[in-house]
Design a protein around this ligand. Structure first.
Ligand SMILES: [Zn+2]
Ligand SMILES: [Zn+2]
Length: 433
């Protein structure tokens, strides 16, 4: 095992410089300390989705200080700005997310979050447990670097700092979908959109990228099986929703295992909570169940929705009960698709930054991303930047969303260089056709 790990260990140091634009190295060096300082400041002051007022103000102030004219308050706290280069060229967009999570931080860093709040009625800490603090600070650094190269820069770059990637609070709109609904790509239609995510599943020094569908569509569902309440000793006096719900859960397992062509793409259907009843000798009126569906293909996604509704309704009916199946019960995230041609085109840029051996294909990720909404509008590329310190096994490292999620700050420098290299390579040599 040790030998395997040693073989797989990143070899960032010697590979870095091969083909990387000299201006990228210089710019990353120039903004490096600031990016770290911003990240620590944002990390110590995390804000939940649609509440990123301090973070958004920090971003907007930075953009103004650089001479840009940011638009603020988009989709609550979103900020965008467009940099016009001194030479003609294509339009691209770079995106970062700003929101934190209701997680009480246990990572041992001097700038650990002490922020608390009430979330869905529960007292909780707030933490940048998904690393969006890194994404925001990296993009702030990239803006500064590109502004410094403005005169020689071909084309135009839109910077997108969006709120609520993890989803808006109940009853609110938010995130990428809302940014688009408010027209950010109407005023400025990019040819390509780029984004990154720091992930514990890779070591610092590595970049992960998968062409085609890369992150799953994520959808929630809610099923209520309704019976008729009666005494536990006289089940024939009512309709038992517990037995009916148990059969719904059992038969729902066939929605994936017997009906989906999983040789094409994987599908996951999981129940996360069931609730019903109050006492040992009362058969209750109803049972409520909630869960999640993950898919990588729109057709398969729609088929799972239809089949699960069918199973819930028909199985409940066989018991004399009824089922109200909301599948999905809220707007989910579509599949995040990395445009195949764009991915192939930009892979060399990523390899130049960390070395070919350190750009890995992580395969499919069952997690979801609302970057998917931008990538549905224009060709997109979303790549992963490793955040687990070298020498630590990413398989056992605390994952994103864990209270112990830890970001090796060398990932910030890699993030800045990767976004810069990708942007400059694209702008200087756009695809023809
Ligand atoms: Zn997350
Ligand atoms: Zn995230």
């Amino acid at each position: 095992m040790a030998a395997v790990l040693a073989l797989m260990a990143p070899v960032a140091a010697q590979a870095q410089a091969d083909g990387q634009r000299p201006e990228v190295a210089a710019a990353a060096q120039a903004v490096g300390d600031k990016v770290v300082a911003w990240r620590r400041d944002i990390h110590a002051n995390p804000e939940l989705g649609n509440r990123e007022t301090r973070t958004a103000a920090l971003v907007a102030e930075h953009l103004r200080a650089l001479g840009l004219d940011p638009k603020t308050g988009i989709a609550t706290t979103g900020v965008t700005a467009v940099l016009k280069g001194g030479r003609p060229g294509p339009r691209i967009a770079l995106r970062a997310d700003m929101d934190a999570l209701p997680v009480t931080e246990r990572a041992e860093v001097p700038f650990a979050s002490k922020v608390t709040t009430t979330f869905r009625g529960q007292q909780t800490g707030v933490m940048h447990a998904c690393g969006h603090d890194a994404h925001t600070s990296v993009l702030m650094g990239v803006v500064e670097a590109l502004v410094a190269m403005k005169e020689e820069l071909p084309g135009e770059v839109m910077f997108i700092f969006q709120p609520a990637e993890e989803g808006p609070p109940d009853g609110e709109e938010g995130g990428a979908e809302e940014m688009l609904a408010q027209g950010i790509f109407k005023d400025f239609k990019p040819e390509a959109v780029f984004g990154l995510h720091v992930f514990s599943t890779l070591n610092a020094g590595q970049i992960g990228v998968h062409a085609g569908p890369t992150m799953a569509a994520s959808d929630r569902f809610n099923i209520v099986v309704k019976g008729r309440q009666t005494h536990g000793s006289r089940p024939w006096g009512g309709i038992d929703p517990i037995v009916a719900a148990a059969d719904v859960i059992g038969t729902a397992q066939t929605v994936v295992s017997r009906r989906q062509d999983i040789s094409k793409q994987p599908v996951v259907l999981s129940f996360g909570a069931i609730e019903g009843g109050i006492r040992y000798n009362i058969i209750p009126d109803q049972v409520e169940m909630v869960g999640t569906i993950r898919t990588f293909d729109e057709g398969m996604r729609q088929q799972v929705f239809a089949d699960l509704i069918n199973v819930a309704e028909k199985v409940a009916q066989a018991h004399g009960a009824t089922a109200v199946a909301q599948v999905p019960d809220t707007k989910g995230n579509p599949v995040t698709v990395n445009d195949a041609a764009l991915t192939e085109r930009m892979l060399p840029s990523l390899r130049k930054v960390v070395g070919a051996d350190n750009v890995v294909d992580p395969g499919l990720t069952m997690g979801a991303e609302d970057f998917s909404f931008y990538a549905r509008e224009v060709p997109g590329l979303f790549f992963f930047v490793g955040s687990t310190p070298q020498g630590q096994d990413p398989k056992t490292a605390p994952s994103n969303h864990s209270p112990e999620f830890f970001l090796d700050e060398s990932a910030l420098d890699i993030g800045v260089r990767a976004l810069l290299q990708v942007s400059l390579d694209y702008l200087n040599d756009p695809p023809r056709g």
